[in-house]
Write a protein that binds this ligand. Structure first.
Ligand code: AMP
Length: 389
């Protein structure tokens, strides 16, 4: 089946046309800088495009994608549309898009203010431009809905959970689900006999404990700010720091929001960049704060993985994925060094070769297994869509 996957972000719409038979993308690209200085960049089976264009809202972005796909002779080829949705609230699995689903996504705007309205508009506009195609919503939070209450509840008054649904939701679920499925396949194991920890490390990062194919705990929480140190996000901090900054520096809610979401993480620690490539390069050249940023990133990740380990009876493999997890030799090395208590003994050659010759495994034979698996969220969204239509 040929599926159009749409990923409506706060100021961009990414797309891919996936052929689920050979699991390859026939066409892919994005419309970015919506509302500012619109730009479409895409490649298709016929010709690529790289142009500036007027896209005041997500509606024009979807139209631009439809027009591009028409020029690629794909309009009559696409059989369904799958949407990536950041926050699924109550949904525990992918859902066919109905007005009720769109209305629910809008109703939880406060959970992800930049994304939920964009998703709702994306679905409505896609209905307009592709009226005959069935659509499916695939939620980043859904995979984590199997967490037990002891993992998803915060230690705050229970009424806040009951009345306002404040709880740990977890994110990157599509990626954690995809790589855990791939790990089970590569390890040649049965899901019911497999226990994994997955670490999705990119601009945003999260880790999850996967027991018998189901998520039992994860590091991101009520929002994607919780958990690990990220590119510009602080990850978990003592909430009293916010009260302290309010009282000492007069920071209001908006200033604090900016501080922990946009000015912290690798960027805030290093004073240099949110990009792990820049951080590792500068650290290797002796930049003190880049070294600190790298150390904090890897130590906190190892510490969280240690915490997730206690949710499982054993760990069959630790999976690295995402831009950093798949590409950073030094991050994997430092994380596994910090985790030697769990029996990891990295094989430097396999690590440098990205486990290419060993089914992704980068640790020595006989030691606890760590693997690299490239994530493919678009493919999983396409596969879910195929199953649902
Ligand atoms: P993502 O959000 O998954 O696209 O990942 C983005 C992050 O991956 C950025 O911090 C990049 O610096 C990082 N990244 C990409 N390629 C490399 C690389 N070769 N080495 C280290 N980090 C990388």
């Amino acid at each position: 089946m040929k599926i159009l996957v749409l990923n409506c972000g706060s100021s961009s719409v990414k797309f891919a046309v996936i052929d689920t038979k050979n699991k390859m993308a026939i066409s892919s690209g994005l419309v970015e800088n919506i509302g500012v200085n619109g730009h479409i960049k895409a490649k298709g089976p016929i010709n690529p495009i790289d142009e500036f264009l007027d896209v005041p809202t997500h509606a024009e972005a979807i139209l631009a994608i439809q027009q591009y796909l028409k020029k690629q002779d794909l309009i009559n080829v696409i059989e369904a549309i799958g949407h990536r949705v950041v926050h699924g609230g109550k949904y525990v699995k992918s859902e066919p898009v109905t007005q009720e689903v769109i209305d629910y996504i809008r109703s939880i705007t406060l959970f992800a203010p930049l994304h939920e309205p964009a998703h709702a508009i994306g679905m409505e506009e896609a209905k307009k431009y592709f009226p005959s195609l069935p659509q499916v919503a695939v939620f980043d939070t859904a995979f984590h809905q199997t967490m037990p209450p002891k993992a998803f509840l915060y230690g705050i008054p229970y009424e806040i959970y009951q009345d306002l649904k404040v709880r740990r939701y977890g994110f990157h679920g599509t990626s954690h689900r995809y790589v855990s499925g791939e790990a089970i396949r590569l390890l040649n194991k049965k899901p019911e006999d497999t226990y994994l920890i997955t670490a999705h490390l990119g601009n945003g990062s999260s880790a999850a404990a996967i027991s018998q194919g189901q998520c039992v705990d994860t590091t991101m929480g009520f929002t994607p700010l919780d958990g690990l140190v990220m590119g510009t996000r602080s990850g978990s901090i003592d909430p009293a720091i916010l009260f302290f900054l309010n009282k000492t520096l007069g920071y209001d809610i908006d200033r604090l929001d900016k501080l922990v979401n946009k000015e912290s993480g690798l960027l805030g620690l290093s004073g240099l960049s949110n990009d792990m490539r820049t951080i590792t390069q500068a650290a290797s050249e002796g930049h003190e704060r880049a070294k600190i940023a790298l150390e904090v990133f890897c130590y906190k990740l190892a510490r969280e993985i240690g915490g997730l380990a206690m949710a499982l009876p054993r760990i069959d493999a630790l999976i690295f994925t995402g831009g950093i997890g798949e590409n950073s030799v030094i991050v994997r090395e430092l994380v596994l060094k910090n985790l030697s208590i769990l029996g990891y003994d990295i094989d430097p050659e396999k690590n440098v070769n990205h486990g290419k010759k060993s089914s992704g495994i980068i640790t020595k034979d006989g030691s606890a297994k760590a693997m690299i698996i490239a994530t493919n969220e678009e493919l999983l969204i396409a596969m879910d869509t195929e199953v649902m239509v």
